[in-house]
Design a protein around this ligand. Structure first.
Ligand SMILES: Cc1cc2nc3c(=O)[nH]c(=O)nc-3n(C[C@H](O)[C@H](O)[C@H](O)COP(=O)(O)OP(=O)(O)OC[C@H]3O[C@@H](n4cnc5c(N)ncnc54)[C@H](O)[C@@H]3O)c2cc1C
Length: 601
């Protein structure tokens, strides 16, 4: 954190930390929003989008036949355009740019799930372990080829017997008697890019117990690639097992410290989760565009179906989710960039540790974006498929493929169950260390419950929505304190942890979209649209938050106290009536006028 933090109050310090939004009033601390993107960042997004539209989307039919050579050539082409090098330092033919640019590039590669997965595995979980944990020699050897797409990377953590329980890996390595090589035996499963990658980041146990990462190259004696999986979706991407039979890996290929592979595995997954949020955001926009187009053209009962209220509701809800997801995604990347900038990261290996530290700081946000991104994307695709009626169910329309392709997002990069557990898990760890002021804040909340005059009473633009966001944060903290009373037993109450995660996600979403909107002038051309997006989203979000808070509290309070505690929780809930039919109209009109999500970068 910044040196200056020592001059700040503990609450102010906590507000700038991962999870700090729970302690910060709406719009009290400015954060990065899409309106602040620099011309260079916008240019990267445009380059990425042009590439995807012209060079990827046009080849989908061929790629769906699993043309690995074509897919591989697209990685090379993306490399020529600089799309693979954003996170790689300049010293290794990269550009070493900020995380916001990296997220924008990810968002730009999200129309076609097979390509998104290939690109994401290469640029994120495949390349970044070497960027963050490689020795100078490893970086010099591998990064120039990965940054330019001359070589392709893969990340191999999962095994047949260990997916969520990644540390249960059974692949083992033993040092050869001359100390020059590791002899590796075992196997990996579901490895993206397996069919054509050149460089694999493989997690295994040295001597059967020291969990460690290794760089293993294609062509290593004893290392073979299994047959392609036949998948529900992302059929154009390559997913294979890896087989190691007495494979001989040079000893210098150990990545990071022996026995510290978990640091690499989990930190890299944090980046993967952030990026999955950005990929999902782009997917949401692409799906909504299909929905708008179909709803405008399809006629029933003598009218375009876009004129029917229930179709308009689906379109408006999707756009509101997109606005929220955009606000959350770039807020998180901006926070990471701020921490990196304050840490003075300029490219040396120390600064890579600073980058890793900054990303770890926002692990809670990364998990929230992974869960929200993957689930909202799937909800939007599902609604757009519904807008297509029977046509949505046949292969002639691309929404059918999108439906299959995007199901996997809830499974990889840590399943959504695991990420839901991580959200409150990370929160409680920080609260226990005193890094997040749970107890101080909840005593203030108690005072507010006892004296309603102390409750925050936002006024002016989006006041009801801001109050909804404030209440959701209080609901989270109130229930979290009750849950913490269970002590170590809380781990056994996964339903409570998941419900808490859901309240946190709703609070982060509302807080982010409101903070972004209130930072824009009330008379700028899109102000009415932004307000409507916030109203629509918050109207539903604050109800979801309270439902999940009630569910969590009911499961942690004993029968004797549940009535009283529930009554106290109810004081942290304000029902605000909204005319849902009216609030959606400015959104739908903007969508139909533009033919897509209307706020451009
Ligand atoms: C298309 C595809 C591409 C992939 N690419 C890669 C890749 O490139 N590299 C890589 O290493 N892996 C990859 N994976 C693997 C992926 O990361 C795993 O499938 C995922 O982590 C889940 O592990 P699993 O399949 O073993 O499920 P399991 O861990 O067996 O989980 C099964 C179910 O149990 C739940 N569960 C498990 N543990 C808990 C718990 N403690 N509490 C509550 N619920 C729990 C899970 O959420 C899930 O619903 C890929 C998978 C797919 C399908």
């Amino acid at each position: 954190m910044a040196d200056s933090s020592s001059e700040l109050s503990p609450l102010a310090v906590a507000q700038g930390r991962g999870g700090g939004f729970l302690f910060t009033p709406v719009a009290a601390r400015p954060f990065t929003t899409p309106e602040m993107f620099s011309p260079e960042q916008r240019e990267f997004f445009r380059t990425g989008s042009d590439f995807e539209v012209k060079e990827v989307d046009t080849k989908i039919e061929q790629l769906e036949k699993k043309d690995n050579a074509l897919m591989r050539s697209l990685v090379g082409r993306a490399g020529e355009l600089g799309l693979l090098s954003v996170d790689v330092p300049e010293a290794y033919e990269g550009m070493g740019l900020d995380k916001t640019t990296s997220m924008l590039v990810a968002e730009s590669q999200s129309h076609y799930g097979s390509w998104t997965t290939t690109f994401g595995a290469h640029t994120g979980i495949g390349t970044l372990p070497i960027v963050f944990f490689g020795t100078e020699a490893q970086k010099a050897k591998y990064l120039p080829d990965l940054a330019t797409g001359r070589k392709v990377a893969a990340y191999a953590l999962s095994e047949a017997g260990s997916g969520s329980d990644a540390l249960g890996a059974r692949t083992i390595a033993k040092l050869s008697p001359d100390g020059k090589e590791y002899v590796v035996n075992g196997g990996k499963m579901w490895i993206t890019n397996g069919g054509f990658a050149d460089i694999f980041i493989v997690f295994l146990k040295i001597d059967g117990d020291k969990f460690t990462a290794m760089i293993i190259e294609r062509g290593t004696p004893g290392f073979t690639i299994g047959r392609e999986e036949h998948k529900l979706g992302i059929r154009g991407s390559s997913t294979t097992p890896l087989i190691f039979e007495e494979a001989r890996v040079p000893a210098e290929n150990v990545l990071g410290e022996i026995g510290k592979g978990h640091k690499i595995a989990f930190n890299i997954l944090n980046v993967g989760r952030l990026k999955l949020g950005a990929f999902s955001l782009g997917g949401m926009k692409a799906a909504l565009e299909k929905g708008i187009s179909y709803a405008s053209e399809r006629k029933q009962f003598g009218k375009a179906i876009a004129s029917f209220g229930l179709i308009r509701e689906k379109l408006a809800r999707s756009a509101a989710q997109i606005y929220a997801a955009e606000s959350m995604t770039y807020r998180a990347s901006g926070l990471i960039d701020e921490v990196i900038a304050r840490g003075g990261a300029h490219g040396g290996s120390e600064s890579h540790a600073a980058v890793m530290h900054a990303i770890e700081e926002y692990a809670l946000e990364a998990s929230m974006m992974k869960v929200a991104g993957s689930e909202w994307l799937f909800q939007i695709i599902d609604e757009v498929l519904q807008i297509h009626g029977g046509n949505g169910f046949v292969e002639d329309y691309p929404i059918e493929r999108a439906y299959r392709d995007n199901r996997v997002n809830r499974i990889f990069e840590g399943t959504n169950e695991i990420n839901r557990l991580l959200i409150p898990g990370t929160f409680f760890k920080r609260a226990m260390k005193g890094e997040l002021p749970l107890l101080d804040t909840t005593s203030d909340i108690d005072a507010e419950i006892d004296n309603a005059a102390l409750m925050p009473a936002p006024t002016g633009r989006l006041a009801a929505e801001a109050r909804g966001a404030e209440m959701a944060k209080r609901q989270f903290l109130f229930v979290a304190r009750a849950a913490a009373m269970l002590g170590p037993e809380l781990e056994q109450h996964q339903e409570v942890l998941a419900a808490l995660a859901d309240v946190a996600i709703e609070a982060y979403a509302m807080d982010s979209m409101l903070g972004r909107t209130l930072a824009q002038a009330a008379d700028e051309p899109n102000a009415a649209l932004r307000d409507a997006l916030c109203r629509f989203f918050c109207m539903e979000s604050r109800e979801r938050a309270m439902t999940r808070a009630r569910a969590a509290l009911s499961s942690v309070i004993g029968e004797a106290d549940v009535g009283e505690q529930m009554a106290r929780l109810e004081k942290l809930y304000r029902y605000t009536p909204v005319n849902a039919g009216a609030v959606r109209e400015p959104i739908v009109e903007a969508l139909l006028a533009k033919g897509r999500y209307p706020l451009d970068y």
